[in-house]
Every structure is written in structure tokens, then in C-alpha cells.
Design a protein around this ligand. Structure first.
Ligand code: FEO
Length: 170
């Protein structure tokens, strides 16, 4: 496969593992503070990021490319509030969207149609990712310092199922 695309995909694999690591840290942040619903949401989020990474790994392998794994840095997880965590998650997803768009642009410039199809999946996924993190961040902004509102939200997020972005209806 095209070397530039292979490099970009390997870099994106690293970003997805970095995201998984970040969400793992956020999961621990919430679990430590007895907010298991948020923790559950973050746990599933970390698993989704690993699935994203594997999707890229499998694509590189299927195309006869070389998987080259880079370093995954420890995430900063020193947050002041649940709202600060979710705002950081949203900002992270916005950064990832920019990275995904760049890989898609490269696949387009190189006329690599299979890579374009793959990246279209990621482009659509990022719309969901930003929406889900953004909704929870907004709800925490509404909740402000209200412990009862945060606990209600924690209960709702506990209902998130694998493959879903939130805690179901509501
Ligand atoms: Fe891999 Fe959160 O997008």
C-alpha cells in the first residue's frame, strides 16, 4: 500500500490507543469518586477506541501493509469536576475529528478508494463521538453544582450498552 497512507494509518492507530488510554484514566477518575455510571460510560468508550484501533490495524494488514506501533503517552487526568472531564473528552474528540479528516484528505489526494471508504466510516463515527460527549458535557453544565442532578445523570449513563453512545433514551 501507499507508504504515506500506511504512515498516516499507523499514526491514527496510535491516536486511537491514546484515546483508549485517556478514557481509561477518565473511567478511573469517576470510579474513584463513586460515580460508577460515568465510569461505566468511560469503560465502554475505552473499549470502543480499542475497536477503532483494531479496525485500522486489520485494514493495514488486509492491504498487505506493515503495522508499526508508536508510543502511547500517559494521559493527564487531573480534573476538577465531572464537567471538566467531559469537556476534555469533547475537546479530545474534536482533535481526533481533525486527525481523521486529514487521513481522509490524504486518501482522496492519493486516489486510494479503499482507504477513503474506511475513513468515511471514521468520519461518520466522529459525528457520533462529538455528539455524545457534547451532550453529556452540556448536561453537566446545566447540572452545575447540583449533586442530585449529577447522580441522576450517573444513573442514566450506567445504562449504556456496548455499541451505544449514551444511556439509552432520555
Ligand atoms: Fe476513535 Fe473517540 O473516536
Amino acid at each position: 500500500m501507499d507508504k504515506d497512507i500506511q504512515t498516516a494509518l499507523n499514526e491514527q492507530i496510535r491516536h486511537e490507543f491514546t484515546a483508549a488510554y485517556l478514557y481509561l484514566g477518565m473511567m478511573a477518575w469517576f470510579e474513584t469518586r463513586s460515580l460508577p455510571g460515568f465510569g461505566h460510560w468511560m469503560r465502554l468508550q475505552a473499549q470502543e477506541e480499542l475497536a477503532h484501533a483494531m479496525k485500522l490495524v486489520d485494514f493495514v494488514l488486509d492491504r498487505g501493509g506493515k503495522v508499526e506501533l508508536g508510543d502511547v503517552a500517559a494521559p493527564g487526568i487531573d480534573f476538577e469536576s465531572p464537567h471538566a472531564v467531559m469537556k476534555a473528552a469533547l475537546e479530545h474528540e474534536r482533535r481526533v475529528t481533525g486527525l481523521i479528516n486529514r487521513v481522509y484528505a490524504l486518501a482522496s489526494a492519493k486516489n486510494d478508494y479503499p482507504a477513503q471508504v474506511l475513513m468515511q466510516w471514521f468520519v461518520a463515527e466522529q459525528v457520533e463521538e462529538e455528539k455524545n460527549a457534547g451532550e453529556i458535557a452540556d448536561q453537566l453544565a446545566f447540572a452545575g453544582d447540583s449533586a442530585s442532578a449529577i447522580l441522576v445523570l450517573d444513573g442514566r449513563l450506567a445504562a449504556r450498552q456496548p455499541g451505544e453512545g449514551d444511556g439509552g433514551e432520555g
